[in-house]
Structures are given as structure tokens and as C-alpha cells.
Design a protein around this ligand. Structure first.
Ligand SMILES: *Cc1c(COP(=O)(O)O)cnc(C)c1O
Length: 346
């Protein structure tokens, strides 16, 4: 028996590996705020190239990337169109209203994904009564959409519709690399047509923090101003940027293993009584399932599995999430299924 918890709560639960820590310890560093940290500068340049953009800025978190992007693209009173389940709607502390001063106009997509006709139906005729529409935001992959991957053609059509209407486009790429590995489509192809895009390093890539926001030189200059304004500039942050560079070299391809584990988990969950999932919808590392057994809700089921060593993430009264990542092995998935089955039967 081991006291180790199999932590399926989130892919943010990864801890830096020994090799990542060695890369961090060896990092060349400088004063990031003054643009003098060589490791941070190398990371930003590499990410700009990977994402097909002119420039990039290193920031502490993905949330800050979203908030700064909204502020850089918009003026107070402007309207941002996004899926109703988007991270900026429900998970950023009301930042879009408090910081950028924007209105969010949610679109009822399917699994976090909307298409160009749904966007077109939301476009307003320019009219002094209406908020000025300024930005369209998408999430690749869609977190509350179950880790669904936006098809490239859908992204392209959405971006074209937005630009034709004079709107800018922003991509939340918290799990863009999961989409890249699942589909084989390069990151720059997904990001083409998006005026700004960011990637997170603290999710499946397994670093202790850090995200990179990319766009045109002019956009990044404005983002840098917002970075200072909200206190997001750091000092010798090459220590963390070194972990991000390490992750780009060593933790991208291996996301395929997380996806295989997620599929296996979904198939196993589908075979259990009292829970429901369509395993065919699991494309990446997020596994959402419904609790159908009336004896349980997410709080009681999560408590029952945690008591047996498996941590799950309640996302609503009956909606549970399990996330695979670097610190979860194939054997852990089998153990987690055993535990979930025992909890549901016990
Ligand atoms: C986690 C997440 C974020 C925020 O990233 P942090 O680095 O945790 O601030 C934004 N969008 C999506 C879709 C996420 O899953």
C-alpha cells in the first residue's frame, strides 16, 4: 500500500522532474523587467516562431495572457464574443470587466466550439446604441468542451468572419500543444488567422508556471505596457523560463501518452455502473463524465475516491472531470478505474 495520491484533478498538478529542475538550476538569468534575461528572451523568440507570430512576451500565467490580450485589443465598453463555456467567462475572477472593461457576449457552441455561421448570427449592425464589437476569442482545446479540438477549417472560417467584420481574433492556447499532438496540425497553422495566441507551460507541459503570449510587434508592445501596469513583469525569471524551454524539448511529444491514458480511462468509465460518458468524445487529456447514480453527487463521489487514493475534479453537481498528465502512468489509470468502480459499488 502506498500513500501516494493519483491526482487526476488537473494537469496543473504536475511537479517539475529532476531533469527539469537541473535545467532550471543551470539557467542563465538577468533582469527580465529590463529585457535582460537571456533565457526569457530565448523562450519568447522560440514561441513566437512556433506560433508563427512576429513577437511574444513571457508572462506568469495563462490567465494574465488572456486578461492582457483583452485589454490590449479592446477599449472599455467594447464587446468580446466567445463560447459560453470559455475560461474568460467563468474562471478569471471577472477580470474582463474589472481590468479591460469589456462586455462578454457568449455564444452557445457545441463542446466549447462555435462555427462561423453562429458567429455571424451574433454580429451587430454598427449603431450607437450597441456596444462596439471588437474581439472574437476561441479556446484550443476547449476545456469545458471536454478537451475538444477545434477543426482547422472551423478556426479559419471563424477568423475570416471576424476579420471581415472588422473584429480582432484571440486564441486561448492553454492546451494548444494537446491539439497539435492529437491532430498533427502544427501550432502555427492553428494560430494563423489569430491576431494573438498564447500557450501555457504549467498545464500538460509540466512546469511550475509561465505562459507566452504572441502576436504582432505592435500588439506585443501594447501587451508589455499592460504587463507593467498590472505587475506581471518579473526579475530573474529565466529560472522558470528554463523549465519552459526544457518542456518544449521534452514534454510535447509525450502528450500523446496522456491522450492514450485519457481514452483508456474513458472506456473504463463507460463500462462502470452509475456514471455515463461517450468515450468517442475524448480527443485529448480531459475526461468529463456524468454521475447517473442518484446516491452520489460529485462532492460525495470525489470524497469516496479520495479516501481510496484517487483525486477527481467536481465541475458541477453531477459533472466530474479527470485529467491525465505527466505524473499519471498507464498503471495509475487502471488503479483509478478500480477505485472508481469500488467507490460506486460501495
Ligand atoms: C488553465 C486555463 C487558463 C488559465 O491558465 P493559468 O496558467 O492557470 O492562469 C486559461 N484558459 C484555459 C482554457 C485553461 O484551461
Amino acid at each position: 500500500m502506498s500513500a501516494r495520491i493519483i491526482d487526476l484533478f488537473s494537469d496543473t498538478k504536475t511537479r517539475p522532474t529532476a531533469a527539469m529542475r537541473a535545467a532550471m538550476a543551470a539557467a542563465e538569468v538577468g533582469d527580465e523587467r529590463a529585457g535582460e534575461d537571456p533565457t526569457v528572451n530565448a523562450l519568447a523568440e522560440r514561441c513566437a516562431a512556433l506560433l508563427g507570430k512576429e513577437a511574444a512576451v513571457y508572462l506568469p500565467s495563462g490567465t494574465m495572457c488572456n486578461e492582457i490580450a483583452l485589454a490590449a485589443h479592446c477599449r472599455p465598453g467594447d464587446e468580446v464574443l466567445c463560447d459560453a463555456t470559455a475560461h474568460i467567462v467563468g474562471f478569471e475572477g471577472g477580470g474582463p470587466a474589472a481590468l479591460a472593461g469589456v462586455m462578454l457576449n457568449p455564444i452557445a457552441g457545441s463542446r466549447g466550439i462555435f462555427d462561423a455561421p453562429q458567429l455571424a448570427a451574433k454580429l451587430r449592425v454598427d449603431n450607437p446604441q450597441a456596444p462596439r464589437q471588437r474581439l472574437v476569442e476561441v479556446e484550443q482545446t476547449a476545456n469545458l468542451g471536454g478537451g475538444a479540438v477545434w477543426p482547422l477549417a472551423t478556426l479559419r472560417a471563424v477568423a475570416e468572419t471576424a476579420h471581415a467584420a472588422g473584429l480582432a481574433t484571440h486564441m486561448d492556447g492553454a492546451r494548444l500543444f494537446n491539439a497539435v499532438v492529437a491532430s498533427g496540425v502544427p501550432a502555427a497553422e492553428y494560430a494563423r488567422g489569430f491576431d494573438s495566441v498564447w500557450v501555457d507551460f504549467s498545464k500538460g507541459l509540466g512546469t511550475p508556471g509561465g505562459a507566452v503570449l504572441a502576436g504582432s510587434r505592435a500588439f506585443v508592445a501594447e501587451a508589455r505596457r499592460w504587463q507593467f501596469r498590472i505587475g506581471g513583469a518579473m526579475r530573474q525569471s529565466g529560472i522558470i523560463a528554463a523549465a519552459c524551454l526544457y518542456a518544449l524539448d521534452h514534454h510535447v511529444e509525450r502528450l500523446a501518452a496522456d491522450h492514450a491514458h485519457a481514452r483508456r480511462l474513458a472506456e473504463g468509465v463507460a463500462a462502470l455502473p452509475g456514471v455515463a460518458i461517450d468515450p468517442a468524445t475524448v480527443q485529448t487529456n480531459l475526461v468529463y463524465f456524468e454521475i447517473t447514480d442518484p446516491r452520489f453527487d460529485t462532492a460525495t463521489l470525489a470524497a469516496a475516491t479520495l479516501a481510496r487514493g484517487v483525486r477527481l475534479c467536481p465541475m458541477g453537481p453531477r459533472l466530474m472531470r479527470a485529467v491525465t498528465h505527466l505524473d499519471v502512468s498507464a498503471q495509475d489509470i487502471e488503479s483509478a478505474l478500480q477505485v472508481l468502480g469500488d467507490a460506486l459499488r460501495g
